[in-house]
Design a binder for this molecule. Sequence first.
Ligand code: AMP
Length: 130
Amino acid sequence: MATIFTKIINGEIPCYKIAEDDKYFAFLDINPVKKGHTLVIPKIEDDYIFNLDDDTLMGLTLFAKKVALAIESAMPCKRIGVAVMGMEVPHVHIHLVPMESEGDLNFAKQKLQLSSEEMDAIAEKIRKEM
Ligand code: AMP
């Protein structure tokens, strides 16, 4: 069965899309730890980043770099933090989080509640920097 992220790629589930190419896709995390928290995924399904073949992992990393630099330009932050967990969704994803301090990468804390208008506005802002 397709993962929830494959359904997002296929447009069966809505998302706040940031960028896409033939192999990779980026969209806002629906439960952000910070405004601009973005997920970058490969279009192929695998549940563990270190199962990816070298070319796919390299391509994913370079795609994430482009997205990270756009987030950094769009959102006030000191730098973009990177995390890979995959405890919830079994489809490889890299979290990109605009950080002010170390605590911003604490995924156990309460997530932000943002309206769809706010999420749309953030996605638009980041897309403009791509
Ligand atoms: P993890 O697998 O532990 O890295 O966490 C999965 C992440 O995916 C969480 O931060 C969720 O908020 C996020 N997530 C789950 N479903 C969606 C969705 N439909 N759209 C955007 N983000 C999602």
